[in-house]
Design a protein around this ligand. Structure first.
Ligand SMILES: Nc1nc2c(ncn2[C@@H]2O[C@H](COP(=O)(O)OP(=O)(O)OP(=O)(O)O)[C@@H](O)[C@H]2O)c(=O)[nH]1
Ligand SMILES: [Zn+2]
Length: 215
């Protein structure tokens, strides 16, 4: 089948990059490395000592990996894996590991996403649900926006009867610094279609994703 991806979804990452490039000067990798070096000096370290010699380069590489979602698009990750199927029961992929970075402190957000939808003539390759989570997680985020972006992507791609996304996560900026509450979990949800209109459908989903601490 031909896959019709709404243009606003295809262009999400490109739009962001264009916007950034329009407003900000180009920065070379060596300038980024230099910036980390400056940071180390500011922290009272000697960036030339053996253990730190390659650290600025490593930090830049690590940050580029953690934000690689800016350079990905739904179109590429889907690879056409949307199929016509006469299925109309809930599909749930739960316990999708999430490693994101909070946009306020650039510290890790670690958690799990549970993503469900009720098809309406189209299904998506299961791994692609995890890949969609991954693309949006690998950006600077707030948990609320990450949750909405995943829901909106599925809604736009499949026009299903409903989409439900729950993310439960711990924020290292609330654990290792600041308020220092390692036991606090943040739970966010986005409900679309029948999940928002029908409390029984929503309840069925919530029962299936009951918090199940593993770590
Ligand atoms: N809503 C929301 N807030 C977040 C998220 N990640 C981090 N934050 C919050 O962003 C806020 C930034 O608040 P500020 O007072 O500007 O920063 P801060 O002084 O570092 O705040 P503290 O963490 O309270 O020390 C904090 O309350 C963080 O907990 C997120 O995903 N969603
Ligand atoms: Zn933070």
């Amino acid at each position: 089948m031909t896959l019709s991806i709404p243009p606003e979804l295809i262009s999400t990452s490109e739009e962001m990059l264009t916007l950034r490039n329009q407003q900000l000067p180009n920065v070379t990798e060596s300038e980024m490395i230099q910036a980390v070096r400056t940071l180390l000096i500011g922290l009272g370290e000697n960036p030339d000592r053996e253990g730190l010699k390659d650290t600025p380069k490593r930090v830049v590489k690590a940050l580029q990996f953690l934000t690689k979602g800016y350079h990905e698009s739904l179109d590429e990750l889907l690879n056409g894996a949307v199929f016509t199927e006469d299925a109309n029961e809930m599909v749930l992929v739960r316990d999708i590991d999430i490693f994101s970075s909070c946009e306020h402190h650039i510290l890790p957000i670690i958690g799990r996403a549970h993503v469900a939808y009720i098809p309406n003539g189209k299904v998506i390759g299961l791994s692609k649900i995890a890949r969609i989570c991954e693309m949006y997680a690998r950006r600077l985020q707030v948990q609320e926006r990450l949750t909405l972006q995943i829901a909106d992507a599925l809604q736009g791609l499949l026009q299903p009867r409903g989409v439900a996304v729950v993310i439960e996560a711990t924020h290292m900026c609330m654990v290792m610094r600041g308020v220092q509450k390692p036991g606090a979990w943040t739970v966010t949800s986005a409900m679309r279609g029948v999940f928002s209109e029908d409390s029984r459908t929503r309840q069925e989903f919530m029962n299936l994703v009951q918090h199940n601490p593993k770590f």
